[in-house]
Design a protein around this ligand. Structure first.
Ligand code: COA
Length: 181
């Protein structure tokens, strides 16, 4: 695994964002967690459209224009040695919302299919917790489907404490809390 930084989505990475989208569309076709943490990317007609949406989502005053009532930041995990996006992760500023507070949680994430199994998700979540702390979040809700072993292990590796399992339209979702010190 190469060292990564979390960088806010921006147009310098437009081509790689579009490649990332293409790879997820092909590889995760039947995955119920397709595009976790990349809200709107699959429906966008260009990387620039999605980058604009991410920019609108950052601010409480503009996030409604991007279809969300809770502001969030979206970060690319960029590998330092080749400047390539290995994953995308978001950070919702709060979970005072009926979906986020029950099964949406503070964050979702996706790793590029060819980069999976190398430890990137664990490192992305670790860095996102540092960003969350800066926003004043110290109890972080994170969830995964009971079928998503890799996501559960990512959560557990970052100190997730199991809370409960709930049924969301037939999908069993596990809820975990991470205390950020
Ligand atoms: C879930 C996902 C983000 C994991 O990314 P990743 O970079 O492969 O994960 P990591 O390499 O950091 O591994 C995390 C843990 O999962 C385990 N793991 C990784 N792939 C696995 C697999 N296919 N089956 C079982 N365990 C797996 C790793 O061994 C590690 O656990 P450990 O530290 O206890 O050994 C990735 O599979 C993905 O993008 N999936 C599609 C989107 C998604 O499901 N997002 C999560 C929504 S809740």
């Amino acid at each position: 695994m190469g060292e990564i930084d979390l960088i806010e989505v921006n147009s310098k990475y437009a081509n790689d964002i579009w490649e990332f989208r293409k790879e997820i569309l092909e590889y995760d076709m039947d995955n119920e967690d397709q595009f976790a943490g990349c809200r709107g990317l699959s429906e966008s007609d260009s990387a620039e459209t999605w980058i604009n949406m991410c920019n609108l989502r950052k601010n409480e005053k503009t996030c409604n224009e991007a279809g969300t009532s809770v502001p969030s930041h979206t970060y690319m995990a960029v590998r330092k040695n080749d400047n390539r996006i290995v994953g995308i992760i978001d950070l919702r500023h709060h979970i005072n919302h009926p979906i986020l507070g029950t099964w949406g949680g503070h964050s979702g994430y996706s790793v590029r299919p060819v980069e999976r199994g190398k430890g990137y998700a664990k490192e992305m979540l670790r860095l996102n917790l540092i960003n969350a702390k800066k926003l004043g979040i110290d109890k972080f809700l994170i969830t995964c489907s009971t079928k998503n072993v890799a996501s559960r292990r990512t959560i557990l590796a970052n100190g997730g404490i199991y809370d409960s399992t709930i049924d969301v339209e037939g999908v069993k979702m596990e809820r975990y809390w991470i205390t950020i010190f």
